[in-house]
Write a protein that binds this ligand. Structure first.
Ligand code: GAR
Length: 199
């Protein structure tokens, strides 16, 4: 299955997918392209180091959002993906992309949706929100992407405990280690293996 992964930052979730492929845990998966909106994303280096095409499509290089959206759509279409994985892609995916790849886009979110998701909740901000509210359990969610923000059908969730003395950074790392890096590759495996009803 041809897979395109979209990223914005460090790319540890991308790395978790690479590691699962290397360990033989996702037979049939081929990552054909990694796209980032951020030219400085270390995730692009991770892709290049494996000989995978790494493409930056930055909104800053386009006159307006419409032109960026079109370029993103084209950048995705060009690599003919059967699955698109948003692995820390901190961009609102345009409707034209969602319609073109209906039920073929999945996203990892670092909370138990429907808590701490939607507008303004991304990256570290999610964990800041969790700590400010004082909940004792958080986690991560993999879901299909629809036209809303974090509203698509939920595929997988894993809970993680919040501990006394947590900072947003410490909590982020625990959620990644105990949830994200497990449920994202496992979901990709299920989709590639045809074990998951799409959509
Ligand atoms: C991850 O925690 C991911 O769940 C989150 O961004 C981080 C990216 O880390 N995504 C979102 O917040 C999406 N709304 P990474 O680049 O090391 O994988």
């Amino acid at each position: 299955m041809r897979i395109c992964v979209c990223v914005s930052g460090g790319g540890t979730n991308l790395q978790a997918i690479f590691d699962a492929i290397d360990a033989g845990r996702i037979p049939g998966a081929e990552i054909v392209r990694v796209i980032s909106n951020n030219p400085g994303a270390f995730a692009l280096e991770r892709a290049k180091n494996r000989g995978i095409e790494a493409v930056c499509i930055s909104p800053k290089t386009f006159p307006d959002r419409e032109a960026f959206n079109e370029a993103l759509l084209q950048g995705l279409k060009d690599c003919k993906p059967e699955l698109i994985v948003l692995a820390g892609f901190l961009v609102n995916v345009p409707v034209c992309v969602i319609r073109e790849f209906k039920n073929r886009i999945i996203n990892i979110h670092p909370s138990l949706i429907p808590s701490f998701c939607g507008k303004g909740y991304y990256g570290l901000k999610v964990h800041e929100g969790v700590l400010a509210r004082g909940v004792k359990v958080t986690g991560a969610t993999v879901h299909f992407v629809d036209e809303g923000i974090d509203t698509g059908k939920i595929i997988a969730q894993k809970a993680v405990c919040v501990e006394d003395g947590d900072t947003p950074e410490i909590l982020q790392k625990r959620v990644m280690e105990q949830a994200e890096w497990i449920i994202l590759p496992e979901t990709v495996r299920k989709i590639v293996a045809g074990e998951l009803q799409i959509g």
